[in-house]
Design a protein around this ligand. Sequence first.
Ligand code: NAP
Ligand code: ZN
Ligand code: ZN
Length: 347
Amino acid sequence: MPTVNAFAATSASEPLSRTTIERRDVGAKDVLIEIAYSGICHSDIHTVRGEWGDIAYPQVVGHEIVGTVTEVGSEVTLHKVGDRVGVGCMVNSCRECENCLAGEEQYCLNGNTGTYASVDRDGTITQGGYSTHIVVVEDFVLRVPESIPFDKAAPLLCAGVTTYSPLAHWKVGPGSRVAVVGMGGLGHMAVKIAHAMGAEVTVLSQSLSKQEDGLRLGADHYYATSDPETFDKLKNTFDLIVNSVSAKIDINAYLSLLRLDGTLVSVGAPPEPLPVQVFSLFGNRRSFAGSGIGSIRETQEMLDFCAEHGIAPETELVAADDINEAYERVLASDVRYRFVIDVATLA
Ligand code: NAP
Ligand code: ZN
Ligand code: ZN
């Protein structure tokens, strides 16, 4: 088993630090990837801090992975040595349940195997992308189009697909009025993708401090949610609201912004419940929904869509030793708009 460098959490409260982990030997259907870049998702922070429940330590997180194939198993047909590839939030699923058979393996009824903090098929705990190499079964590995710069491609593997999936599912297109709540890693991708799909896009951010960026990234309108007038002005406006906020917000206030048959979909995953007053749903026959990552098919579709439309996230490269500082900046909503780890700094 190859031993590789990694950056791991050792408890819920201590800073992450350098370590080594073992990767499994490359199996017949496996691909060995030398990781070049790994994005920092707010989910990484929720996970290592135990906010979504207890986990086993040490834990390496990171599920926005891009790199180059350096070895393939004897039965691999989808990838070859030298290919530019990506790995997102899951590395396997049961492949037998109704949802897997429908190509929605992110909703595997037996639980998809998460890229980190998940029990793998061999019983070990999966370890994610803050590391120099990863071994993944070939059909959970994505092709990264040549036109997307490698470091920019990383955040697409989670932030990209997690926002693309609900936008595609609710058939956003020309004429759709879409609001994006929170303009961080996921939110800024939602703005870019919804704009490219032809929607009229509104950002609902805590303040106007990122307004100029929002408009440059493709938003048509930008409002501060700290201004109570925003909620009066925008009542009954949107077909789809994508909530990307990592903390608890007053979901009923946002539901009032939906027009007839509108849907508020939460991709944000705060540890606390978001209580819904049913009367908020009666008016305009509104829906409150959730959406988790996206399928492998959808992830490839999103990568190809981004290549075709020239979409890439706004990123700031950080060295491995700066991960803890980057976490603090994410928590302070001081990310513009995704931190990406230069994995060469882990070598
Ligand atoms: P992020 O970069 O930290 O962005 C979250 C944004 O939410 C912030 O930039 C901020 O935007 C806003 N925000 C933060 N705290 C707030 C508060 N107390 N009140 C109101 N707004 C606040 O995080 P991310 O990586 O985009 O992830 C966002 C959430 O999605 C996390 O909970 C993450 O775990 C979850 N997630 C879910 C999935 C899924 O499958 N559904 C996948 C990936 C991530 P403004 O400054 O513009 O207000
Ligand atoms: Zn993520
Ligand atoms: Zn399944």
